[in-house]
Design a binder for this molecule. Structure first.
Ligand code: APR
Length: 240
């Protein structure tokens, strides 16, 4: 299995990582659909849709504030750090579904946040958008224009930020090697990215303790956790 793709790893110039909640699980951030996943405890239709937000903005804000505190307390793990390390040797892009900012905190530069960021807010009406620096005196917080602020994340039924999605499709369609880490690929359009890479003849690797919807089309599947598998895999790639 390894010998078959070692040559491909040696020649890979443009490397794209597609990541999901699993890469941050070992940083203490729960996944969505795993055993202790958020969607096992909470109903996404009550917390992660625009209708839910307008039905009960205080409830939705309280939930995102709790997640934001948990995320700010978390630290990048060896999986995040290995990816940022590889960028010293190869052209690396990270297409992430995660809103936690841990790739950037690990030092990764070319990070495309497909589902937004929990540390950014935007106005529901005007074009105001900014990073959150402190807590809020009231929930829901209001914009200077008087309208409600919302977390700058992509909720179910909403479209992805088109500039980010455009770049992500371009990166996936032109990479030599795609490494899919810690995602069930249960949501679209993010789950199309491996298809674009495969169509471009890229070498495909998956890092996930569990099989996923794309396991069949992988050249190599590492059934390990991200923090365990990525440092070794990246040492191998950067050793060439
Ligand atoms: N290392 C690697 N993979 C892991 C680890 C780990 N330590 N722990 C769990 N996994 C794997 C699980 O086996 C699962 O396949 O990570 C995946 C997590 O899948 P989900 O919980 O479905 O999370 P994700 O794929 O990121 O969800 C996609 O759905 O809910 C929406 O917007 C949300 O961005 C999210 C999107």
């Amino acid at each position: 299995m390894w010998d078959k793709i070692l040559d491909k790893l040696q020649d890979a110039k443009k490397i794209v990582f597609v990541t999901g909640a699993g890469i941050s699980q070992e940083s203490g951030i729960p996944t969505f659909r795993g055993k202790d996943g958020l969607w096992r405890k909470y109903d996404p239709m009550q917390l992660a849709t625009i209708d839910a937000f307008y039905d009960n903005p205080k409830l939705v804000w309280e939930w995102y504030e709790e997640r934001r505190r948990n995320i700010l307390d978390a630290k990048p793990n060896p999986g995040h750090l290995a990816i940022s390390e590889l960028a010293k040797y190869r052209d690396v892009s990270v297409l992430t579904q995660n809103i936690d900012g841990l790739h950037q905190r690990a030092g990764s530069k070319n990070v495309y946040e497909l589902h937004g960021s929990i540390i950014t807010i935007k106005c529901t009406v005007c074009s105001f958008k900014d990073k959150i620096t402190t807590g809020f005196l009231q929930l829901p917080p209001l914009c200077k224009c008087g309208n409600m602020l919302r977390p700058d994340v992509v909720w179910f039924g909403e479209t992805l930020p088109q500039d980010v999605w455009g770049s992500a499709m371009e990166k996936a369609s032109s990479c030599d090697l795609m490494i899919v880490v810690g995602t069930s690929l249960a949501v679209s359009p993010a789950n199309l990215l491996p298809v674009y890479a495969k169509q471009n003849g890229a070498t495909m690797i998956e890092v996930n303790p569990e099989p996923t919807a794309v396991s069949q089309s992988m050249d190599l599947s590492l059934r390990e956790s991200a923090a365990n598998a990525l440092p070794g895999l990246i040492d191998t790639i950067s050793s060439f």
